[in-house]
Every structure is written in C-alpha cells, then in structure tokens.
Write a new protein. Structure first.
Length: 536
C-alpha cells in the first residue's frame, strides 16, 4: 500500500510541475565526449526554439577530467547553443548557467551513463511579454568612501565605506516598478502563496575586476514612498526551475537551539558541527541538519529557508524518514547529493533529489576544506525535543520578521541588509481572500492578473485543459488566495503563426470566471508601447 501511495504522490508531483510551468517547455542537447560543438542530429532539436521568447541554458559534463576543466567545458557547450539561438532569432532573451560535473543525472558508472551527462538543458517560454527589455543601470564606485547611488525611478542605495573591502566596484541595478518591467522579468507578488503588495522591486549585483562580490556591511535601500502604509518589509526573491519567483522575508541566520546535540555519526571536520531543526508549512515534516559549512554563510541560511518555504506537499510521501548527504567542495561548489533510497531513479529517489536540488544555491561560500550537510526528515510528534525546538524556532522567526520591518524617512521606505540580488519592498495584503479565481481562454495564451487597488501582480498558479463554450480546446487558468471583490486588470498574450495577439480587460474578482477576451494583433513594438501606457 505504501508503495502505491508513493507512486500516486510521484505522479501528482510531475503533474504539479507541469501545472506550475504553464508555458514552460524543455529540450536537451547532447554532446560528444570532450566536445562543445552541436552535432547535426542534435541541431534538429533546436528548431522548437523558433517559438521561444525566453530561454534558459544550463551546461553539464560527465565526471572525466578536473573540476575546473569541466566547468570550462560546460560553459563552452552553453556558449555554442547560445550562439546558435541568437543566429536563429536575435530578439530571444537568453540566460545561461553552467555546472560542470556537479549535476549528473546518474552515477557516471560507464560510458552509456556518461553520455547522458554531456548535455545542455534548455528551458524555454513562449511569451512575448518576456522579450521586453529592462536595461541594467551601471555604477562604478570607489568603496574606500561612503557612496549613495540614485537610480532612474528613484531607488537609492547607501553603501558604507569598506562594505566591499575598499575596492573599486561595479554595481548593476535593474528597477521593476511599472507593469511592463514586472512582466518582462516574469515577476509576481506572493510570499509562500500569501499575496503581497510591492512598493518597488530591484535586482542588484556587485563585482570587482569581473568577480562577483558580497557586502560585509549593511546597505540601505530606499524606495519612493507612494503608499502611506507602515507595514512594509524586506523580501528577497527565490526562483524555481519554472521561472516562478517566491518572495521570502529577509531573515538573518538563526543559531541552532542550545538543547539540541548531533545524533549519530558525524564526519570529521576542522570546525564545530552544528544542528538546526525547522518545521514545514503544515507542521507535518521536520528536517534536522548536521553541517560543517560556514555558519555565517548566507547561502546556508537561505538553503534552510528554502527547505521550509518551498511547497512540498506532494513530496511528503517520500520525505518521511528520508535522509540525504550533500557534499560541498572547498570552493563552495555542490559536488553531489546522495539520499537513502538505494534503488536509484525510483519514484522517491527522483522526488527527494529534485526537492533538494531545487532548494540548493548555485554554490556556497569557500571553506577551509571539503564539507557536507546531512539532512534527516521526520514527522512531528516523533520526538518531543524537536517539537519544543519548533516552538522556539517560531519565536525566533517572529523576531526575524520584526528585523525585516522597514523604516520610514520622509518620502522614502528604508530597508537595511547586507543582501544583494532580488529585493522587494512589500507588505502582506490582509482581508478577505477567495479560494480560486479562474480565467478561460486559448490553450497557448499567457494570463496575468493585476490588482487596481494594490500594486500586486499575479501569474496563474495552475491550469486545466477543457473544452471551451464553443467546444474548441481551451484552458482554464486558475489564480488562488487573492483578495476578493476587487477591481482587476487581466493581461493576456498569445502567438499564432508568429503573430502576437494582446488582450487587456478590466473586471472584478467577484466574477467567478472570466471568458470575454478581445484579442488584437500587435507588433512587438506595439506590445511594448501598450505596457508603457498601462498605469496601475
């Protein structure tokens, strides 16, 4: 019976991935041993990208050769696919990443398995709104002095002297205030499914001599204050593999509860071993982590945050009593994940691996030696100590929420953090929510929902294929947990034989299902103009 339940859960897991990925499709291109050119047989797979507007490329290798060599080889493979796609259509927005040998799909046990690891994974979206451009603003600063950066739309960043080690630093910032900018980056406004309202979103990075750097001192982020509410907080963005963003409260790493000690064997390390216990959203699954990674590493704290915040209901049948070991090289790269499911590629092995890899960052901070994180998953009630730790952790999270609270300075909302990356000045929306709001239109359309009263933007949580009122194929797009009885704007796009169609409709969430889209043919430039003219 337990096996049947696991199989059902795994099937639902796959369906869930499809549903959340509305317009997301994938294709994999394979490469010959130690090569970075695309063979004629693999080139044919790339024809599907003619309909794409946004493409993400991830490069991989087998485990032959050194780590550094394989990182370089995976980048060359990504660059080859990128060049091919750009030659096909220069307007496609492309993002790239490369991992060398660290994300294998098997154990590289023989040549047959290695062949499957020599690959570039391509994820793509057909959505003309994602072709819109949001140019980054670049600032060159001398960090031996205090600096104040002012961006085009009024965002200010106060950088104390020495935050980046007194180096000359390049700061790149993109601002997301207007609907078109927000749609272009596929941004939405929700925190673990709870609706939030934004006062402004930015993406900020820093580099010195071409190398990314982090801040060692708290920066001040100031957003123009157009909303007089006083409950704005600091949120940071976490992306999933389907181009969806979740905004989570910016919380400092919490110390492990003092009454918890490591249980079972712990790998030898030159540092102290620590342990932390976290609850799940439903209080049903707990994880216990033993790790020797740097406790001050923000990536470690964010990883633990992800293990809690990610929607994992459909994984529970496999996570119960599962364990996993994450190996990390001294330069911070994740070199492997092993779980306790001995039969590789079974339903639960795939589910647990996917869950953990989704939560992991690209890399952790460098450490003194190779290290590890060991995870054990439990059900609540299995250990009174863990239940007590959960209560303590909730209290510390409440304190962290207070730490994330914004301050107010004249016409600005002020957030303070050492964090870079995706940053959102947000507040939770209170009041009556509706369980589900649905929209029916063509199967290949994309639909976004914007609240008029609040600066809140929503993408569809999932869809269901149906027969439309004229019996033609249609799709029911579903929005969940949004404010009820509110004025909204629906923005829908679709492409037919390369032609873009746009519909912008005003309605209310009190209308159970919306069906009356009036599409008009537009060019990409006309689409960009329509988004500039859309004022919320």
């Amino acid at each position: 019976m337990k096996s049947i339940i696991k199989k059902v859960l795994f099937t639902l897991l796959l369906l869930n991935a499809v549903c959340h990925a509305a317009q997301v499709k994938t294709v994999v291109v394979y490469f010959d041993k130690d090569k970075a050119y695309i063979s004629n047989g693999e080139v044919q797979k790339l024809a599907c990208l003619r309909s794409a507007d946004y493409v993400l490329l991830k490069g991989h290798t087998d485990n032959d050769g050194s780590d550094n060599y394989n990182i370089g080889l995976s980048k060359k493979r990504v660059d080859a696919v990128k060049a091919f796609v750009q030659n096909m259509d220069k307007g496609i927005k492309i993002e790239t990443d490369y991992f060398g040998e660290r994300h294998p799909v098997n154990h590289n046990a023989d040549e047959k398995e290695k062949t499957l690891n020599r690959r570039v994974e391509i994820t793509y979206v057909s959505d003309p709104l994602m072709r819109l451009k949001v140019p980054a603003q670049t600032f060159e600063i001398d960090n031996s002095k205090e600096q104040v950066i002012t961006c085009r739309q009024g965002t200010q960043v106060h950088i104390p002297a020495g935050a980046f080690g007194n180096k000359r630093v390049t700061i790149n910032i993109s601002e997301y205030y207007q609907p078109g900018e927000i749609f272009a980056a596929n941004l939405t406004t929700h925190c673990n499914k709870a609706p939030i309202e934004t006062a402004g979103m930015i993406n900020i990075t820093a580099e010195s001599n071409g190398t990314p750097v982090e801040s060692s001192k708290a920066l001040e982020y100031k957003f123009p204050r157009k909303n007089k509410s006083t409950d704005f907080k600091f949120f940071e963005g976490v992306w999933d593999s389907s181009f969806n963003i979740n905004w989570v409260l910016n919380k400092p790493a919490q110390p492990a509860p003092a009454n918890l000690k490591p249980t079972g064997p712990v790998q030898e390390s030159n540092s102290l071993t620590s342990e932390i216990v976290e609850p799940s959203d439903s209080d049903y699954i707990l994880y216990k982590a033993r790790y020797t990674a740097n406790l001050s590493d923000k990536a470690v704290a964010r990883f633990f945050e992800q293990l809690v915040s990610i929607d994992r209901t459909l994984y529970d049948g496999c996570l119960q009593n599962a364990s996993a070991d994450i190996s990390i090289s001294s330069d911070g790269r994740i070199t492997g994940v092993k779980d306790n499911y001995t039969n590789q590629k079974t339903e639960c092995d795939v589910a647990v691996q996917r869950y953990i890899w989704t939560c992991l960052p690209k890399r952790f901070s460098p450490y003194t030696s190779d290290t590890y994180i060991h995870l054990d998953f439990y059900t609540t009630g299995s250990d009174t100590t863990y239940n007590n730790a959960v209560s303590a952790l909730y209290a510390s999270n409440a304190a962290a929420m207070r730490e994330a609270q914004a301050k107010y300075e004249g016409d600005n909302i002020v957030l303070t953090s050492t964090n870079l990356g995706w940053i959102n000045c947000d507040r939770f929306l209170t009041g009556t929510k509706i369980a589900r709001y649905t929209v029916e239109t063509d199967p290949d359309a994309s639909v976004r929902l914007v609240m008029k009263k609040y600066k809140s933007f929503f993408g569809t949580q999932y869809f269901v294929d149906i027969k439309g009122r004229d019996k033609a194929p249609a799709r029911r797009f579903c929005f969940e947990n949004i404010p009820g009885d509110e004025d909204i704007v629906l923005i829908s796009t679709k492409k037919v034989d390369g032609q873009i169609y746009l519909a912008i409709e005003s309605t209310k969430t009190s209308q159970a299902t919306f069906t009356k889209f009036n599409y008009k043919a537009v060019t990409q430039d006309e689409l960009a103009t329509a988004m500039k003219d859309l004022k919320i």
